[in-house]
Design a binder for this molecule. Structure first.
Ligand code: IMP
Ligand code: MG
Length: 181
């Protein structure tokens, strides 16, 4: 018997970015990171939960030593609209001043989450700070923020899969799909 949550998680989804397209872009991003940070102390900071699938594929393809840390922030509480407020619910305790830091995020939407996280991490004086995001939705920006690298730019649609959720569902899809009510 289906629970109501399972029924709710069976809405139509149109594939926007295929698994193969994602994997190709991830490989090329990992190659560039491996070249750029060769011989440098590299700390990758994944923003939970959304980035975890992207991050996992990305680091497996990075060929230089790197360390990992996680932060968690939320600006979405339920459904598809942002509350506007960013809460940091998990922070890194380590000293980042000896590292080149690369923040890895799933998507930039209003820009609020990453501008807040970047502001916090910059204040801790890393050797350098860059932001890599799987997806960018520039039409939705409310605060000015540009990633150093966005693997895909998408239109103003609510998307799920490859780590991204709708009310905690669909993170396990291996592709990016548009969520349709
Ligand atoms: P921002 O602070 O508005 O840029 O929001 C970033 C966060 O909102 C992301 O890390 C996601 O968790 C969530 N988000 C924004 N757009 C989408 C979407 O289309 N699908 C799923 N989550 C989204
Ligand atoms: Mg997120």
């Amino acid at each position: 018997m289906l629970t109501s949550k399972n029924e709710f998680c069976s809405h139509t989804k149109n594939v926007l970015i295929s698994e193969a397209e994602i994997q190709q872009a991830v490989r090329s991003c990992a190659e560039d990171i491996s070249k750029e940070y060769e011989g440098k102390p590299l700390l990758i900071v994944g923003i939970l939960k959304g980035s975890f699938v992207f991050l996992s594929d990305l680091i497996k393809r990075i060929t230089i030593p790197c360390e990992l840390a996680f932060m968690a922030a939320s600006s979405y509480y339920d459904g598809t609209t942002s509350s506007g407020e960013v809460r940091i619910s998990l922070d890194i305790s380590r000293d980042i001043s000896e590292y080149h830091v690369v923040i890895v995020e799933d998507i930039i939407d209003t820009g609020r989450t990453l501008s807040e996280i970047s502001r916090i991490l910059k204040g801790r004086d890393p050797l350098s700070l860059k932001v890599v995001t799987l997806l960018d939705k520039p039409e939705r920006r409310e605060v000015r923020f540009d990633a150093d690298r966005a693997l895909f730019t998408i239109p103003d649609r609510f998307v799920v899969g490859y780590g991204l959720d709708y009310s905690e569902c669909y993170r396990n899809l291996p592709y990016i799909a548009e969520y349709c009510e």
